[in-house]
Design a binder for this molecule. Structure first.
Ligand SMILES: Nc1ncnc2c1ncn2[C@@H]1O[C@H](COP(=O)(O)OP(=O)(O)OP(=O)(O)O)[C@@H](O)[C@H]1O
Length: 300
């Protein structure tokens, strides 16, 4: 069985309000699969349905070959899941909670707990209640991979983590992928999705709008640029600029690849204001990747 996650016309509505509609996903063994979209798009709803915490209104889904409605217990035994908000027994220390998880899964986790807590800089002797949001998330991350599951599902794993810890988390993910694990994670953060994923699904207003292959993770570095020149007659006629727009505050465009070429070009002009940042996810994927209707392609 090469499909680790498979949904068919998966639909979940919350009474009258939309959750997700007609979602078709196919995640293969060994992939790092990103699931991105704006707030309220339906990422958590999809994930919670895959775990059997929510019952589909219609359609179906399988995880590791098990039906999410009929066989969710089998799924829970075999996967690691990190919810968006980690809440565990407040009165236990981080170390006690992780020992408990290891015992629950009947594994000796002591070495792994020691190694991962030191890599993530987590103090195991503190009560869960007293930990910061980021440190609670670290407990959740260790708990997710402790029992060596074949599939890891993370709901916004890096929100609340500082940049150094985020990098450690990326290394941990790469190790897991190297060990043959499948990773499915939701995110708002374009740069991490580009760095880590083989494929990415974009969800918007409850519907999948694209599934894209990132053949070389990390290769496509898109940046959104806003620039205002001192001389209002100067135009950014820069060869690598895409999606150029003139705004009240100057020009806005996107570039792909090395920013140094742009900086070299800008150095020949008098710049009053400049910002270079990660563009909104949808803009990148819809402008650059989606020429045709990719929802008909592989995996959707
Ligand atoms: N328990 C609920 N009752 C009613 N509507 C809900 C419930 N949970 C989610 N929704 C609605 O379902 C839609 C999808 O929400 P969901 O939490 O899945 O989005 P998300 O992509 O995970 O968002 P975020 O990035 O903000 O976490 C939203 O319109 C939300 O308001």
């Amino acid at each position: 069985m090469s499909l680790v996650i498979e949904t068919r016309s998966l639909t979940k509505s919350y009474g009258k309000s939309r959750g997700v509609e007609d979602v078709n996903l196919a995640v293969e063994r060994g992939e790092v699969f990103g699931f991105i979209g704006p707030n309220g798009a339906g990422k958590s709803t999809t994930i919670r349905t895959l775990l059997g915490f929510l019952k589909p209104t219609s359609g179906s889904a399988k995880v590791l070959g098990y039906d999410v409605v009929e066989e969710s217990r089998e799924i829970h035994k075999r996967i690691g899941y990190l919810p968006a908000d980690v809440s565990l027994y407040d009165d236990m220390t981080a170390g006690e909670l992780l020992d408990l998880s290891a015992r629950f899964h009947d594994v000796d986790g002591s070495e792994k707990i020691k190694e991962l807590s030191s890599r993530l800089d987590l103090n195991l002797s503190k009560k869960f209640r007293s930990l910061s949001t980021g440190n609670k998330k670290k407990v959740g991350i260790i708990q997710t991979i402790l029992h060596d599951p074949d599939l890891l599902i993370f709901d916004e794993p890096t929100s609340g983590l500082d940049p150094l810890v985020q990098n450690t988390f990326y290394e941990i993910l790469r190790n897991e992928q190297g060990a043959g694990k499948t990773v499915f994670f939701s995110s708002h953060v374009l740069s991490e999705v580009q760095r880590l994923c083989n494929r990415v699904a974009i969800i918007r207003e409850g519907r999948l709008v694209a599934v894209e292959e990132l053949s070389e993770p990390g290769a496509a570095q898109y940046k959104s640029v806003r620039v205002r020149f001192r001389d209002p007659d100067v135009k950014p006629e820069f060869a690598g600029a895409n999606s150029m727009e003139k705004t009240e505050l100057g020009y806005k465009f996107m570039i792909q690849g090395d920013v140094n070429r742009l900086l070299g070009w800008l150095a020949g002009h008098e710049v009053e204001e400049l910002t270079i940042e990660d563009p909104p996810l949808e803009e990148v994927f819809l402008n650059f990747y989606s020429g045709d209707d990719k929802t008909q392609g592989r995996g959707v």
